[in-house]
Design a protein around this ligand. Structure first.
Ligand code: ADP
Ligand code: MG
Length: 343
């Protein structure tokens, strides 16, 4: 997309007086016995890009379906611009644009035909609709491809058409479920640049779900989900600042023993991760590493010292890694099925 680069302002991240556009109050959802959302509450302010970060199966799509009025919650409430998703779904639908994880455009139709079709669903007609379609295609840099079938488009272009579709009725709130899945890095950057443009120039509130840390870093604020629970809420910087100093990982022959010895000797929490490494949070990590290696000669095979990431926040809040093997396997299965569907 040929949109200009827009500076992200910190003001969006910490605007305390900002009005809440979305209110989620103690939201619960169960599929039969399985609890997918376990009493989640937070608010989203006007003109912020708000991320829902969580591994596969954490409840992101469930929350997304409830907000987009496709599904009723088991209990609790969700309000978008004061419309209750359960009591007033039509009111909600007028305010939101939705971009689903799976493809919703008709690839046999041209870009223009796809949007005209959507316009009719919203009751927009005639010259007004044609003008709107032209404007939207121009905005997502598909103006010169209006008369071509969507099947001739790249993945990034198809996503942009999805976006134009979600924006056609000028919603104040845009909901996107894992919007960059399957996009190459260039197309990802374009999409993010466009979301910032919507936020900054039109005051659109954006909710985006993701399982990618680098994408979560780009959000103004984040809600972190794990097994249907809200385990973190704040700006990426706020969330990371709760971890004092550095994160140190030790590879050891006997991780459990090393963790206990570090705790006993240095009076700090040392945890053994799913992958067998011993993890410690500590100021001046490089100096601490020397102390540990000297204190326990021959026990440590390798060491790494790094600045905290959002994954560290997740580990601290949940006690386990973001990607355990189950989640990884599930993600790979889903990617494989998605690929098959395309062919
Ligand atoms: P995410 O989008 O974060 O991957 P989901 O909201 O899709 O998470 O899933 C949350 C939990 O609910 C998972 O345990 C998932 O297996 C389960 N789940 C999702 N959809 C259904 C469904 N239609 N029927 C039964 N269980 C479901
Ligand atoms: Mg999902």
């Amino acid at each position: 997309m040929n949109t200009p680069i827009v500076e992200t302002t910190a003001a969006n991240a910490t605007n305390d007086s900002a009005e809440a556009v979305i209110r989620i109050e103690n939201l619960r959802h169960q599929y039969g016995e399985r609890v997918a959302l376990n009493g989640v509450s937070f608010t989203v302010n006007r003109a912020e890009i708000f991320g829902l970060l969580g591994p596969n199966g954490s409840g992101k799509t469930t929350l997304f379906r409830i907000l987009s009025t496709l599904m009723l919650p088991s209990s609790g409430r969700a309000l978008i611009l004061d419309h209750d998703v359960a009591a007033d779904p039509d009111g909600v639908r007028r305010q939101i644009g939705v971009v689903f994880q799976s493809r919703s455009i008709d690839v046999k139709l041209t870009a223009e035909e796809n949007l005209i079709h959507v316009g009719h669903l919203y009751g927009i007609k005639g010259p007004v609709l044609l003008e709107r379609v032209k404007e939207m295609l121009g905005r997502v840099s598909l103006g010169d491809r209006a008369k071509e079938r969507a099947e001739t488009f790249s993945g990034g272009m198809q996503r942009r058409l999805e976006l134009a579709k979600g924006l056609l009725h000028r919603p104040q709130v845009l909901l996107l479920d894992e919007p960059t899945t399957g996009l190459d890095p260039g197309a990802r950057m374009d999409l993010w640049q466009y979301l910032r443009l919507l936020r900054d120039q039109e005051g659109v509130t954006v909710i985006v779900t993701t399982h990618l840390m680098e994408e979560a870093e780009k959000c103004d604020r984040l809600a972190i989900l794990s097994h249907g629970n809200l385990v973190g809420l704040g700006t990426p910087a706020q969330l990371k600042s709760e971890i004092g100093g550095d994160v140190i990982l030790f590879d050891a022959r006997e991780p459990q023993k090393l963790a206990e010895e570090i705790t006993a000797r240095f009076a700090l929490a040392a945890t053994v991760l799913d992958d067998g490494r011993v993890r410690v949070e500590r100021e001046a990590g490089h100096r601490f590493v020397t102390d540990v290696v000297e204190a326990f000669p021959g026990q440590i095979d390798a060491v790494s010292v790094s600045k905290p990431t959002l994954e560290d926040v997740f580990i601290r809040r949940t006690g386990h890694r973001f990607w355990n093997e189950d989640a990884q396997a599930q993600a790979e299965r889903e990617a494989a099925t998605a690929k098959k569907k395309k062919h």
